[in-house]
Design a protein around this ligand. Structure first.
Ligand SMILES: [Zn+2]
Length: 416
């Protein structure tokens, strides 16, 4: 690596620090909870405008509605915000996929809405997860396209509106995009000390709707079929899966059912989350869930409708991901920095890209903490530091200073 090009790149990014920080503040001030369609759209438009001038074609896609089962067990259809794609094609050159999400976990009526600076930190909803990350992405691409490596590598940005609800609608778009590129960069925040995520566990969410038959609890108790009791048997069965297999956890998280105590309840809704370490775990869990359902499902008295599945397959450390992490570390070391990574139980769109065969690093956004809570913050200095890191990686890939991963992240196509 000739260091000069990287020093110039980082200096350029550092000069734009104030503008970049203001951009994070602007984006974070717009509420964009996943179901706040207008807010997500406003963030998508502002972000797309921020990428203007980088030579990319901008495509705004309307997604199909999000079909879900609500807390009462009813099917609902929710309109989501748009998905934005920015495509910079360079014929004959390899290309990189960069993804980020425009939604946050904070709904429109969340009390956590303001954005403020506090010493070395910026606080506010989504500053780390991931409006800061969107700005890191923009600054890194701008640095690439304004330097000598411009036009030597292709790239595509996808900004999806539904990451915080598990990317239920954008997942197929991400999987299709994964096939078009040689490396993936995802801009979730790193851990609070700057460590990146390596291997990630997989995750699935389910909603089980139990139906029985209502009856008067005194006069005709024998005619009733108690859906709360049936759900309790099911919950006990799935909770017993904990500890049976290392790396698998099951979390019954929500129950709603019943009403007046003199009525046999006829409906109960249960939601639960499962985390797994590998594809074999996931297959095992699916078999166990089938058995747990079968042990309760007895029509016409009791029926169980199970909705959901693994939305984030496990992301084991792969050779391709290792290649990218090593290249990032080399970029950090050019300016005397260091970079580490560690496995984590969390999951994100990086899981989906890996499952679709694209080697990726998924915590290239800002350094921050307190995410998904009202203590969320980002380290202001990390905005420039991480943009420099990602910009350096893009230049290194474009110039051949760093190698692209060989092949893809091959997986068992029968896996979840
Ligand atoms: Zn996120």
């Amino acid at each position: 690596m000739s260091d000069a090009i990287y020093t110039v790149l980082r200096d350029g990014i550092a000069r734009r620090r104030d503008e970049a920080l203001a951009m994070v503040e602007t984006l974070a001030a717009i509420n964009s909870g996943s179901t706040n369609t207008a807010g997500v759209q406003a963030v998508a438009e502002a972000a797309a405008a921020a990428f203007d001038g980088l030579g990319a074609e901008v495509v705004t896609e309307t997604l199909p509605p999000w079909e879900r089962v609500d807390d009462e067990g009813e099917h609902r259809s929710e309109t989501l915000g748009p998905l934005v794609r920015l495509v910079r094609e360079v014929p004959g050159a390899p290309s990189v996929l960069l993804t980020g999400h425009t939604d946050t976990v904070f709904p429109a009526d969340s009390p956590f809405q303001s954005v403020w600076r506090e010493g070395s930190r910026l606080r506010g909803p989504g500053v780390a997860d991931m409006k800061g990350g969107l700005v890191v992405m923009r600054e890194a691409l701008r640095a690439l396209e304004s330097g000598p490596a411009a036009g030597r590598i292709g790239w595509e940005v996808i900004l999806n509106p539904d990451e915080e609800i598990g990317s239920p609608v954008s997942a197929p778009v991400l999987a299709a995009a994964a096939a078009r590129h040689r490396a993936g960069l995802v801009f979730e925040p790193s851990l609070p000390d700057g460590t990146l995520a390596g291997a990630r566990r997989g995750s699935g969410n389910w909603t089980a709707v139990f139906a029985g038959r209502s009856a008067h609890a005194g006069r005709e108790h024998h005619l009733g079929r108690n859906a709360v009791a049936a759900a309790a048997r099911f919950i006990t069965a799935i909770d017993a899966l904990n500890g049976q297999r290392p790396g698998v956890t099951v979390n019954p998280a929500f129950v709603r059912g019943g009403g007046a105590s003199n009525v046999v309840p006829d409906r109960t809704v249960v939601r639960f989350n499962v985390r797994v370490t590998d594809d074999d775990d996931a297959a095992w869990v699916e078999r166990q869930l089938e058995q747990a359902v079968a042990s309760v499902h007895a029509p016409p008295d009791y029926t169980v409708a199970l909705h959901g599945g693994f939305s984030r397959p496990p992301k084991p450390m792969s050779a391709g991901q290792q290649t990218l992490l090593d290249a990032l570390r080399a970029c950090a070391e050019v300016t005397g920095g260091t970079l580490d990574w560690a496995p984590t139980g969390g999951c994100c769109d990086g899981n989906n890209l890996a499952a679709a065969g694209l080697p990726n690093v998924d915590t290239l956004g800002v350094v921050g903490g307190g995410i998904h809570s009202d203590s969320e913050y980002m380290e202001i200095d990390s905005l420039v530091e991480r943009a420099g890191l990602v910009g350096s990686l893009l230049v290194a890939l474009a110039t051949g200073d760093a190698a692209f991963p060989e092949g893809g992240d091959a997986r068992d196509p029968a896996g979840p």
